[in-house]
Design a protein around this ligand. Structure first.
Ligand code: R5P
Length: 298
């Protein structure tokens, strides 16, 4: 069946790349606000009898989700056979338990909203920590892609003598996979988080790797505190100025300004549009859409 690729505003570049790579028709979604703040949504493209892929990375999920829900309903009413959400960055994955009495477990609520709106969800490196797979949360078929091979190849082509460094235990999965793909050493630091913008990091003795360039790799750069503290700790050990490669470049508030002096270079995938984007995901996503394979239910 023919596909129609529709980008929410701000996602046009990635959508164009995906449409080109999978040979689908590319339309667009017009949005604006009425004077009272309500949203207007109009699809430009022909959804009838098509698989419609709505492209919207969820770096600003609260305003974006309502627009997506309106667009998905419009596509169905206009005859789409399937309506999918392509969200390279999947929001609301980190509040995955009730840490304090009365808290909303937003990962579950958001999964319920997405699952009741779309037929399938495709994302890249979702922050799976306490949930083993997306299917533990989402009731629709999902496609989970991994950017580690692309990060590894970029590092192999652009950094001499790298030492891959994961800033916390959760990043072992990326650091280990990247290091083994390009045959270089890796180290994993230990992080204790005290609050949204407060982390401590313990660094093992890395002196034997002083001749290498540390490359900090992580899934998400949000407040940037994890990367900033890790970079300062590496400097205290007399290591070279590090590189940084992340999947999801959120860089909230002043994170980008805080981080740039600490790194030789900061690189990200285009999962979230940002000046640091150097690693494109369009082909990875298009290949997955064309193959039609979804994650095993677990
Ligand atoms: C969490 O464990 C993630 O892997 C990232 O390390 C974290 O989300 C980064 O957050 P921030 O930039 O706010 O320190």
């Amino acid at each position: 069946m023919q596909r129609l690729t529709l980008a929410l505003p701000g996602n046009e570049d990635l959508a164009r790349g995906i449409a080109q790579a999978c040979g689908s028709e590319a339309g667009r979604i017009e949005t604006r606000r009425f004077p009272d703040g309500e949203s207007y949504v109009r699809l430009h493209g022909e959804p009838a009898d098509r698989i419609v892929d709505l492209i919207c990375t969820l770096a600003h999920p609260d305003p974006q989700f309502l627009l997506l829900a309106f667009a998905a309903d419009a596509a169905r009413e206009l005859g789409a056979q399937e309506v999918n959400l392509i969200a390279p960055y999947l929001a609301y994955m980190r509040q995955d338990k009730r840490f304090h009495d009365g808290e909303s477990v937003t990962s579950r609520s958001f999964a319920r909203l997405v699952s009741s709106t779309f037929d399938k969800l495709l994302t890249v490196d979702p922050h799976l920590h306490r949930y083993p797979t997306l299917s533990a949360l989402y009731t629709i078929p999902t496609i989970t892609l991994h950017a580690a091979p692309l990060l590894a190849d970029w590092i192999a082509n652009h950094v001499e003598e790298p030492l891959i460094v994961g800033p916390d235990e959760e990043s072992e999965q990326w650091a280990g996979a990247i290091a083994s793909r390009i045959g270089v050493p890796h180290a994993v630091l230990r992080k204790t988080r005290h609050g949204d913008r407060s982390v401590d990091i313990d660094v093992p003795d890395l002196s034997i790797w002083r001749g290498r360039t540390p490359v900090l790799v992580d899934d998400i750069a949000s407040s940037g505190r994890t990367l900033a503290v890790a970079a300062r700790k590496l400097a205290e050990q007399g290591m070279r100025k590090p590189e940084c490669v992340v999947v999801h470049a959120l860089f909230a508030e002043d994170a980008w300004a805080q981080l740039t002096p600490l790194f030789a270079r900061i690189t990200s995938t285009d999962a979230v549009p940002h000046p640091s984007n150097r690693i494109g995901l369009a082909s990875l996503i298009a290949d997955a859409l064309s193959s039609g394979k979804t994650d095993p239910r677990g």
